[in-house]
Design a protein around this ligand. Sequence first.
Ligand SMILES: [Ca+2]
Ligand SMILES: [Ca+2]
Ligand SMILES: [Ca+2]
Length: 295
Amino acid sequence: MTKQNRSVVILAMVIIFALIAAIGFLLVRGSLQDSSNPQSSFNNEKVEDAVALFSDFKACKEKVLSQYVNNSHNPVSLPEESQFFCWNKEKETFEKTDFGLTNENPDLSRDRLSKTQSADLDSDGINEEYILQGGKLTIRGNAETIWQSADDWWVEDFAIADSTNDGVADINLSVWKSGSFGKFKPIWVKNNDPSVKNHFFIFNWEDGKIKPVWQSSNLDAPNCQILIDDINDDGENEIIVLEGDYADVPDCSGKYIAVWKWGEWGFLNEWRSEEGEFEGMGVEEVGENKCFIGF
Ligand SMILES: [Ca+2]
Ligand SMILES: [Ca+2]
Ligand SMILES: [Ca+2]
C-alpha cells in the first residue's frame, strides 16, 4: 500500500468513526428526552405490551386519585353553572330546565376514592356489600370476599340496578382495561388494540356465582360515572352516563351527559347534552319529574 493510499484509508476510517459517534449521541439524547417526559410512556402507542400499558395507566390513575383525598367525602354544594335536565312528556325529549339552585344535597357527592352499596342480589335474605376502592370492586358477604374484579382492570364506577330491563338486577361496571376484547376476539379482527380504553360490563348472580352477561368492546368515550334510573317515567330503566374524553386520561372529567337504553343486544343512545364541564351528576325528584343534574 502506497503512502497516499494509506492516508486515504485512515481518513475514511476517521470519517466513519465520527459518523458512528454522532449517530450514537443523537440516539442516546433522544431516549433521555423521552424518559424525562412522564406522559410519554403512557401515550406511546408504539408500546404493544398490554401489561406494561395497563400498569402505566394504573400508576397514573392512582396519582390523579390522590389529589381528591381531602375532599372525597364532602357533600357537594351545587355550583351556579349546574344544569338540570328533565323529561318533557309532550316533546318526548330531555330538556335543560331552570330550577335555580339546590344546595348541599349529600346525594350528589361524587366520591372519587371509594363507594359502597348494599344489595341482596343472590336472594339469600342477607345483603352483600359491593365495595369500590382504588379501581377494584369487591363483593363481600358473611364476612368473606365472594368476588373481586380482575387485577388488570380499573373499575371507574359501578351501579347496581336492572339496566337490561328483564326484571333481574345487574352489576354494571365502567372498566378501564387494555385491549378491546377479552380472551376471545372476533375472527375478523386481526390485531387486538392493546391501548387502555373504557368499557361497559354487566354481571349477574347465577347459581351463587357472578357471571358475565354483556361486555362492550372499546367505547368511543369513557364513562366517568354511571346512574341507572327510570328517568322518563315509562316503567323501564335508562342508563345515564357522564361521558369523558380519552384526551384527559388518566383523569376522567365529564364533557357530556348521555342517556342510553338497553336494546336487543347492547345499548342505544337516546340523548346527549351539549358539551359542558361536569364534575359529577345526580338524579333528583323535582315536583312530579325526576331530573338529572350535571354539576
Ligand atoms: Ca345476599
Ligand atoms: Ca337485568
Ligand atoms: Ca324509562
